[in-house]
Ligand binder design. Structure first.
Ligand SMILES: *[C@@H]1O[C@H](CO)[C@@H](O)[C@H](O)[C@H]1NC(C)=O
Ligand SMILES: *[C@@H]1O[C@H](CO)[C@@H](O)[C@H](O)[C@H]1NC(C)=O
Ligand SMILES: *[C@@H]1O[C@H](CO)[C@@H](O)[C@H](O)[C@H]1NC(C)=O
Ligand SMILES: *[C@@H]1O[C@H](CO)[C@@H](O)[C@H](O)[C@H]1NC(C)=O
Length: 263
């Protein structure tokens, strides 16, 4: 009986010593701690914020129609120098190309140069506004635009859907294209049409109803769901390894138990 006990104790001790926790503590070849990248020098102060509006609008969008009008009238320079005044900044409402396409060509070709300039300036505030500030701005309706005093807009927030209201249109803010102080650019699904320029409701282009835009309920981007996976793989293989070790330990214990019984 004493001999059996010795055998059993030896078996148990062998199992315990082979278990990862103990062997790690006793092994001199324990894995080195994960080395951190060498700490870098303090980051240099950020350069003054400069946003190239023409470049931004040509890359985002499609906003080609609006950008073409801005460049034709040089209003792009007015906007850019306002964007350069970083303590004030600028907010621009940019109608998508489809918004211009929905209106008759003559709507814009009939305008004088000054009217076209004013219409473009009407699509901006000479100040940076984050979307979160629009709820407060709507208490100040009507809000002055870059076009000056009689040219005002009303901002409305219908259950979180923010619209910009002019006399003849009430475009919805379709997306926030860029919103980092001092520059905010929001895409509109319609052109703003102030009554000072359009004495009556401008006619729509005689085209069939456009195909519905891709729904707002887009599928979540795969990148977001992917990002967590990679960092986990090493941990899970380590877990699989230690699970294997414990299975082996259990088998050894069971074998020792059998030995004990058979003795
Ligand atoms: C805005 O600032 C940039 C960079 O400082 C400068 O190159 C550009 O000429 C300025 N544009 C206007 C219209 O003031
Ligand atoms: C543009 O001008 C033409 C000719 O002057 C006129 O027939 C047309 O109704 C005008 N269109 C708009 C939208 O004002
Ligand atoms: C909105 O107005 C309230 C009260 O005037 C103020 O406390 C809050 O900070 C404002 N929010 C923004 C985003 O400006
Ligand atoms: C904007 O709001 C003001 C004050 O609520 C109102 O008097 C005006 O008619 C509105 N303008 C438009 C274009 O909706």
């Amino acid at each position: 009986m004493g001999f059996k006990a010795v055998v059993f104790t030896t078996a148990v001790l062998a199992v315990l010593l082979s278990s990862p926790a103990l062997s790690q503590r006793s092994s001199p070849a324990a894995p080195a701690p994960v080395s951190l990248p060498p700490s870098t020098a303090p980051a240099p102060a950020p350069a003054p914020h400069y946003v190239d509006l023409a470049q931004l609008l040509s890359l985002a969008g499609p906003f080609h129609t609006f950008l073409n009008y801005l460049e034709k009238t040089n209003v792009i320079d007015t906007f850019q120098s306002q964007a350069n005044r970083t303590e004030e900044g600028i907010t621009i409402f940019v109608p998508k190309d489809s918004a211009f396409a929905a209106l008759k060509q003559s709507t814009f070709s009939n305008l004088t140069d000054d009217q076209l300039k004013t219409l473009l300036l009407y699509h901006a505030f000479p100040r940076f506004y984050a979307l979160s500030q629009f709820r407060n701005l709507s208490a100040l309706n009507p809000v002055n635009t870059f076009a000056g005093s009689p040219y005002t807009l009303n901002l409305t927030d219908d259950m979180g859907s923010i619209s910009v209201q002019s006399m003849w249109s009430k475009p919805r803010i379709a997306s926030s294209v860029y919103a980092t102080d001092p520059v905010a650019i929001y895409a509109l699904n319609k052109v703003l049409l102030p009554m000072q320029i359009f004495s009556k409701d401008p006619p729509l282009a005689p085209v069939p109803a456009p195909a519905p835009e891709p729904g707002a309920a887009d599928t979540p981007s795969p990148a977001a769901s992917k990002s967590g996976g990679l960092t986990d793989s090493r941990d899970s293989s380590a877990a699989a390894y230690s699970a294997g070790v414990s299975v082996a330990s259990c088998l050894m214990l069971a074998a020792a138990g059998c030995l004990m019984v058979m003795w």
